[in-house]
Design a protein around this ligand. Structure first.
Ligand code: C2E
Ligand code: MG
Ligand code: MG
Length: 686
């Protein structure tokens, strides 16, 4: 089924044997098609026409021959009669009445002569008459042709001239031509039979000749043309249905069908296995988005070609979706499947040259096997995919083999999604608030709204369960649930902030986390506008925390959306700054107000000079761009001191408080502010 062209790419040479037979059948059926032509009504008409023409031509010829034959017969009859008549007329001329009487009687009874009349040579007067009187008589001065006058088709009158008779008479004779007529009829029937036979024969010969010389080549050409078109169409449909147009590799449909077939035909032999590998290019989306689809396409082509080259000829390499490849290969029971993943990694190792630039790519690989990891192609591939996502989650650039507990994880995830949807409907979600402080004055300046989910007990006796946002937010993002959840958070956080303000709590800036999915998928601008309008919260008290990933996904649309948000008057902060793609160039282009240094740098800053340097760099860079800097993860006084030294503006962390539910948070704010005021008073008194 597969072959390699000069470039090493695996190409499709045809379909299954059965498909080939179907494709070639029109050519094989060429002779049958020919036979069919004659069987049809059109064919019959052609045959009848040819037969008719042949018959007509032969009929005309035969008629002429019949005429000639008749003339000859009658001429013979005339000659015979003349021979019989001459002696009798002689006798008459010599006036021998007795002989004449006897001979005339013989003549009339035993020859074809039925009667005759003798006319004078000069005046054509009737001299003698014997038997029937012929209707034909000589006319004076006329030359008589040696023809006859036929009457009723059976009687023939002829005139013999004196030179023919040898006496000075013209003799008119009535002849009995019944014998000639019979002969003619018999001759006619015979001729008709022969003509019919000949016509049939000639028609057959002509038809065969026409078949062989004219129609057959025509039909054959037609068949060949049809066959070619048929093949081309089949190939095209086949290619579209089974092959990926970019890489020329088989697609998912082909891959699954082939895998099913291999399973069915036991291609793996006794006790053998079929290894299935899912291969995914790491960060392909980023490459595609940041460098353009042209580079992305080229990369896919190169990866496809390299995989095909690197793997054994029996392996089937396919492109399943955007950046996912898959391969399958029957293996002996003792064979080491990791050889395959090693070959995959080795093939990707060298940099890829695209448009004079060199790219280093990595891939993640998931492996599963028939029959251990599934009974059907679909199941085996699905489990290879599960192993692949495991490989991606566990650091990428690596391989994971499917195992049963993977699918348990997947099922747990599915359950989590169902529960989360219920949580949203049944109001199990709530917001906690994490205060933020001005590091110099110590004042509370804001709070970050953080989502909390307390899942109620599922059965009697079981307690309710706290689920960390770190666990359920990624699941909400993958399932798309983050969009309604994020909307709920925004509405709730804004409504509470406004309510606090109305209740006389000193105004606080409310930071709300916005997921990348929510940012790009939902109409975030209209949502924010709507929420601000409905809650009447002045926009400057709302801050949206965005992560760096949203800039990578689609930079231009991110700029547009952020510009519109900024025009609404809300503030924008970059969350977890320093951990993402850290392309500092975007800072200038985006309307950002605040950078939030990731807690990992804060946590490590006391031990690691590098992390402190990073904090310093972020602060300097941010300030040079007129941005405020806030640090999260501040757990100790030393963290606070360090951040203050480095010029950080604001802090957030467990040193001050854990995230708190609303009532506790408000209590905290109240006491904190009172304490702060008191400490200031103390300071002033001092
Ligand atoms: P984040 O936005 O970076 O939130 C800060 C996280 O760090 C919070 O964890 C907070 O409790 C924790 N944190 C702050 N200071 C300290 C500290 O001093 N020590 C320690 N150990 N932790 C500290 P949390 O609440 O578990 O949230 C985790 C992540 O979940 C958040 O990271 C955010 O990405 C996401 N998340 C939480 N709520 C929402 C939400 O409403 N919407 C979205 N889209 N994501 C949310
Ligand atoms: Mg945050
Ligand atoms: Mg953060």
């Amino acid at each position: 089924m597969h072959g390699f062209n000069a470039g090493g790419r695996r190409t499709f040479l045809g379909g299954t044997n059965q498909q080939n037979a179907e494709v070639l059948s029109p050519a094989l059926q060429g002779k049958d098609a020919l036979a069919h032509i004659w069987a049809g009504w059109a064919g019959l008409r052609v045959v009848l026409m040819v037969f008719g023409i042949v018959f007509l031509i032969q009929g005309i010829v035969a008629y002429n021959m019949l005429q000639t034959y008749a003339v000859e017969q009658l001429a013979g009859l005339r000659d015979v009669a003349q021979a019989a008549l001459v002696p009798v007329v002689n006798d008459i001329g010599e006036e021998k009445p007795a002989a004449v009487k006897q001979n005339v009687s013989k003549l009339l009874h035993h020859t074809v002569i039925r009667g005759f009349a003798i006319y004078g040579m000069t005046d054509d007067a009737l001299l003698h008459k014997y038997g029937e009187l012929p209707g034909l008589r000589p006319v004076k001065g006329m030359r008589y042709p040696k023809t006859f006058y036929a009457k009723d088709g059976l009687l023939y009158d002829v005139i013999y001239t004196p030179s023919e008779i040898g006496q000075p008479y013209n003799v008119a004779v009535r002849l009995d031509a019944a014998g000639v007529s019979q002969q003619m009829t018999a001759y006619g029937w015979r001729a008709l039979a022969i003509i019919l036979l000949l016509s049939a024969l000639i028609t057959s010969v002509l038809m065969v000749a026409m078949n062989q010389l004219l129609l057959a080549p025509l039909l054959r050409r037609n068949d060949q043309l049809l066959e070619k078109m048929h093949l081309q169409a089949e190939n095209k449909i086949h290619r579209l249905a089974y092959f990926d147009s970019l890489t020329g590799l088989p697609n998912r449909t082909y891959f699954l069908e082939n895998l099913d077939k291999s399973i069915e035909q036991k291609a793996y032999g006794e006790d053998g296995v079929i290894a299935v590998l899912s291969v995914d290019i790491d960060h392909f989306k980023d490459i595609n988005d940041s460098l353009g689809h042209e580079v992305g396409d080229k990369l896919l082509e190169v990866v496809g070609t390299r995989l095909v080259k690197a793997l054994p000829a029996e392996a089937v390499v396919a492109r399943l979706s955007a950046d996912e490849f898959a391969l399958m290969m029957p293996m002996a029971p003792e064979a080491d499947i990791s050889i395959l993943s090693d070959q995959v990694f080795a093939s990707i190792q060298d940099p890829v040259e695209i448009m004079q630039e060199s790219f280093l790519t990595r891939v993640s690989v998931g492996v599963s096997c028939y029959p251990q990891d599934g009974d059907t192609a679909r199941e085996v591939l699905k489990n290879a995919d599960i192993a692949l996502s495991r490989a991606k989650n566990e650091g990428r650039g690596t391989v994971r083999h499917y195992s049963q507990d993977f699918s348990e994880i997947v099922q747990q995830r599915a359950q989590l999604v169902r529960d989360l949807r219920k949580a949203l409907d049944e109001k199990q979600l709530q917001l906690f608030y994490h205060p933020q402080f001005d590091v110099r004055t110590g004042e509370i300046v804001g709070a970050e709204a953080l989502l909390r989910w307390i899942r109620p007990a599922s059965g009697p006796g079981g307690g309710s369960q706290f689920i960390s946002p770190a666990e359920f937010i990624p699941v909400a993002e993958q399932s798309g649930l983050i969009v309604p959840i994020g909307e709920w958070v925004l509405r709730h956080a804004c409504a509470r902030t406004k309510a606090w303000q109305d209740a006389g709590v000193p105004p606080l800036r409310m930071a709300v986390n916005i997921s990348g999915i929510q940012f790009h998928r939902a109409d975030i601008v209209r949502l924010v506008e709507d929420v601000l309008g409905k809650t009447k919260l002045p926009p400057e008290w709302l801050e949206l925390e965005l992560t760096e990933s949203i800039f990578i996904e689609d930079a231009q649309s991110a700029i547009d959306i952020m510009d519109q948000l900024h025009q609404l008057g809300v503030q924008l902060a970059v969350d977890d700054f320093g951990t993402g793609y850290s392309s500092l160039s975007y800072l200038r282009q985006f309307p950002i107000d605040r950078l939030k240094i990731d807690q990992s740098f804060v946590r490590a800053s006391l031990m690691n000079l590098n992390d402190r340097m990073i904090i310093r760099a972020i602060v300097n860079l941010g300030h040079s761009l007129n941005l405020k800097i806030i640090a999260e993860g501040v757990e100790m006084k030393d963290h606070e001191d360090l951040l203050k030294e480095e010029g950080c503006d604001e802090v957030q962390g467990f040193k001050y408080s854990k995230p708190l539910p609303e009532d506790k948070f408000l209590e905290f704010v109240k006491t904190y502010n009172e304490n702060l005021a008191n400490s200031k008073k103390v300071w002033m008194v001092e």
